[in-house]
Design a protein around this ligand. Structure first.
Ligand code: NAD
Length: 490
């Protein structure tokens, strides 16, 4: 085990207020050196049913007020704050991101819980002015927001703390019960979040029913199919790949769905911008967490007049990154999460180079660098039909595509089945406005990269990148329903 990895953690699942094991267990490995850092139970179908039933009972039993839900989430944030260093080390151990990035994610997770706590106090309805329609002038009508019931929260490997907090926080804020299902390769950090909730429930002066929050681990399809088949689950909030998201959407019947899926996000660099500054941000946006970020820069679209200047600046920025052991202080980028993710990047890279792209910097992988390490790699001469341009790579590639005018840039930005986020560097307000209007994506970010995100912003893709919005306020809306109350004057 890496010297600085956390002590081995053999965790259990939280079902109905009890920590329980399963007949089978799965090892969790440190991506950088492949050593086992812990293990988790592989839930049986019956255990998933038990977790949903426990959540259903807890939902029926719960009479927590908005203020008590605020206290619960706010105290969970304090518990996480107290464990911040330890949880960051768990995160690096199982996911492989540099410790500095893991600390950043824990900090965001604390804020996501705090923002959720605040939102619990803002479950506003709406007064409907009845005199807007002829004949109703004396009547009154308003809506009040009510929770849905049991919410299933399924999360991916790349931000196992903050993405789980983005679902569990708003779901509890709105008064629901939760069954969480973290990614099979990075569950330990998510389990720590549930431990913080459990500690918070004991700490506050309120009767939090056992089963209000549960976490099950193991096979995605076993858990997913059981969730789909259980009538008590009212909503599924899923973040992960488009393939799994479509499977859930096709089989979810009347359940509410939020789907936060894959992306192939463009960032446009125009000739009127500060190229060096744009390059720094683009490389950061493409290589953070070794490119394993849903809204990372997957494609760079550059105006032909500044192509050479941008490529040189990208090379400088990429070569300035230190690649290595994620527990070392000066490491900027470490390994991919597992062999599958690593091999996907290698395949896409090799095919793109075979198709004629030029490697401007990087391009080395594996061997002495580390088994699953791929260097930050700048590719020029990339054309739209090459794989690095067409597919979600989820790796530290910076493919540069040259465009000659802004029509081309917009057309190329939209030349994908995805539509998560986009970035544009320009000083021209009209160009910025055009990009905002014409790029088909859930977010268009000006003078920054596609990956620009604060946790209270509305966040969610168009096209194959998903359905619905996260961001605390928007998730609370999604996890609650509006009931209309009408008063008729005789
Ligand atoms: P994944 O789809 O393989 O897994 C996501 C989760 O789904 C895991 O918990 C997994 O166990 C579970 N799962 C697998 N099969 C399932 C099934 N049949 N039913 C229900 N659940 C099932 O994704 P991943 O590899 O962990 O994450 C990478 C993907 O996630 C990328 O495509 C990335 O773009 C996307 N992502 C999107 C966002 C966003 O906000 N849009 C954020 C992060 C990651």
């Amino acid at each position: 085990m890496s010297q600085q990895a956390a002590t081995r953690l053999d965790k259990q699942m939280l079902i109905g207020g009890e920590w329980v094991d399963a007949d089978e267990r799965t090892d969790i490995v440190h991506p950088y050196d492949g050593e086992v850092v812990g293990s988790i139970p592989k839930a049986s179908e019956q255990q998933v049913v038990d977790a949903i039933d426990a959540a259903d009972e807890a939902f029926e039993a719960s009479d927590l007020s908005a203020y008590q839900r605020y206290e619960l989430l706010s105290e969970a944030a304090r518990q996480l704050e107290d464990r911040a260093d330890e949880v960051a080390r768990i995160l690096t151990s199982e996911q492989g991101k540099p410790l500095s990035e893991a600390k950043g994610e824990v900090d965001r997770g604390i804020q996501t819980l705090d923002l959720s706590a605040e939102q619990a106090k803002r479950m506003f309805g709406e007064y409907v002015p009845m005199d807007a329609q002829k004949g109703f002038a004396k009547d009154h009508c308003f809506t009040q927001r009510e929770p849905l019931g049991v919410v299933a929260a399924i999360t991916p490997f790349n931000f196992p703390l903050n993405l789980m907090a983005h679902k569990v926080g708003p779901a509890i804020a709105a008064g629901n019960a939760v069954v969480g299902k973290p990614a099979s390769n990075t569950p330990l950090t998510s389990i720590a979040l549930f431990e913080c909730l459990e500690a918070a429930a004991e700490e506050i002066d309120a009767d939090v029913p056992d089963g209000l929050f549960n976490v099950v681990t193991g096979s995605g399809s076993t858990v997913g199919d059981t969730i789909l088949g259980h009538d008590a689950v009212e909503a599924i909030s899923f973040t992960g790949s488009t393939g799994v998201g479509k499977h859930l959407a096709d089989n979810s019947g009347m359940k509410e769905m939020t789907l936060e899926l894959g992306g192939n996000d463009p960032t446009i660099v125009w000739e009127d911008t500060d190229i060096e500054q744009a390059a720094e941000q683009v490389v950061g946006g493409a290589c953070s967490n070794a490119g394993q970020v849903c809204n990372s820069v997957e494609r760079v679209l550059v105006h032909e007049n500044v192509e050479d200047e941008l490529v040189d600046a990208l090379v400088d920025a990429a070569e300035g990154l230190t690649v290595g052991d994620p527990f070392e202080d000066d490491t900027d980028m470490a390994s991919m999460v597992d062999d599958e993710q690593f091999e996907t990047v290698v395949d896409i890279f090799e095919d793109t180079v075979d198709a004629g792209a030029t490697v401007e910097s990087g391009g080395n992988y594996g061997g002495e660098l580390g088994e699953r390490v791929f260097e930050p790699t700048v590719l020029s001469g990339v054309t739209p039909e090459m794989r690095a341009a067409r597919e979600e790579t989820f790796g530290p590639l910076v493919p540069v595509i040259t465009v000659s005018d802004f029509d081309d840039a917009i057309e190329e930005a939209n030349n994908t089945e995805y539509g998560l986020e986009a970035g544009l560097f320009t000083q021209d307000i009209d160009r910025a406005k055009r990009a905002a209007d014409e790029i088909e994506a859930g977010g268009v970010n000006i003078n920054t990269v596609s990956g620009f995100r604060a946790d209270h912003m509305p966040y969610g893709g168009f096209k194959d990148s998903g359905v619905g919005k996260e961001g605390i306020k928007y998730a609370v809306e999604h996890f609650s329903k509006a009931k209309l109350v009408g008063f008729h004057d005789g």
